[in-house]
Ligand binder design. Structure first.
Ligand code: 48F
Length: 263
């Protein structure tokens, strides 16, 4: 078997051309989700499935967020009903260990969630950090209308490099425990009245319930899902149980779908 010869400049040309074609399309999106953990991936799947141009931006070079760490690095996580509907939809293997309590392998959950989001049409950018939002205010109050992007490698280097911004109709903070987008908005746009109090100590079931309850829009154009909700609403942390993360992603997607369809 002879392996095809590929010249270096051919590789470079196609990578640049095809990446820039995609980026030009990314400049205006329906929805930008920040953070490719369980909540962000789940939201991306449902938004893309409903036909919305969805971009998921992840700071690291891999997706999955906290799923990969399992429970104290043991490679399993718990899912509780009714989130088993979602793991069945994405065809993730599971074992029902007690009535309504399921256990899955963390690596498979990451792979199947990401694959479901990508197959539905969501685009995922790795190695990019959202470091600000785009904001407009006028007679009828303020609105988040986009996000500001920087290569994570540049952010880590400490070099002063001006970022680029993209426009969208909805931004979802799915950045996990630090609620990074909300924290930026709280600091830079105080008139929106967001205060990040930080999550409370562990109380698993109460945390799961409250995250789901408070998932949704927090300011015009800005939504929150996953553990970022706990940071905003000061609700308890939960540990390696992921039902509410998946359901929170689905809930935020449903809210955005309904708002964008009626606007
Ligand atoms: O932390 P993460 O998994 O958030 P989540 O989807 O799920 C939380 C659970 O993993 C777990 C838990 C469940 O009971 O407690 O912790 O709410 O995923 C957040 C992702 O966002 C990325 C980060 O690298 C991670 O992959 N991220 C954070 N800040 C930014 C970001 C940012 N400014 N720009 C881009 N990505």
């Amino acid at each position: 078997m002879s392996i095809k010869e590929v010249a270096e400049e051919v590789i470079t040309r196609y990578i640049l051309r095809k990446s820039l074609e995609d980026w030009i399309d990314f400049v205006e999106r329906d929805v930008v989700i920040v953070g490719a953990g369980p909540a962000g991936l789940s939201a991306a799947k449902y938004l893309a499935q409903a036909g919305f141009k969805t971009l998921l931006i992840e700071r690291k070079l891999s997706f999955g967020g906290g799923i990969g760490g399992g429970g104290m690095l043991f490679h399993k996580v718990i899912i509780e009903s009714p989130a088993d509907e979602i793991i069945r939809e994405i065809k993730c293997h599971y074992e029902e260990v007690e009535n309504g309590i399921y256990i899955v392998d963390s690596a498979e959950l990451i792979a199947k969630l990401a694959s479901a989001a990508i197959d539905a049409g969501a685009k995922i950018l790795l190695g990019v950090t959202v470091d600000d939002v785009v904001y407009r205010h006028g007679e009828y109050g303020g609105q988040i209308v986009g996000v500001v992007l920087q290569w994570t490698a540049v952010t880590m280097s400490g070099l002063h490099v001006d970022p680029l911004a993209i426009r969208c109709k909805a931004v979802v903070d799915a950045t996990g425990h630090d609620a990074e987008v909300l924290a930026i908005v709280s600091r830079k746009i105080p008139e929106l009245g967001l205060e990040i109090k930080g999550e409370k100590s562990m109380w698993t079931s109460e945390g799961e319930r409250q995250i789901l309850y408070s998932t949704g829009m927090v300011a015009p154009g800005l939504y929150v899902a996953g553990m970022a909700v706990a940071a905003l609403k000061q609700t308890p942390r939960m540990g390696p149980i992921f039902g509410s993360m998946l359901l929170s992603g689905r809930k935020v997607a449903e809210e955005i779908i309904s708002r964008l369809r009626t606007s």
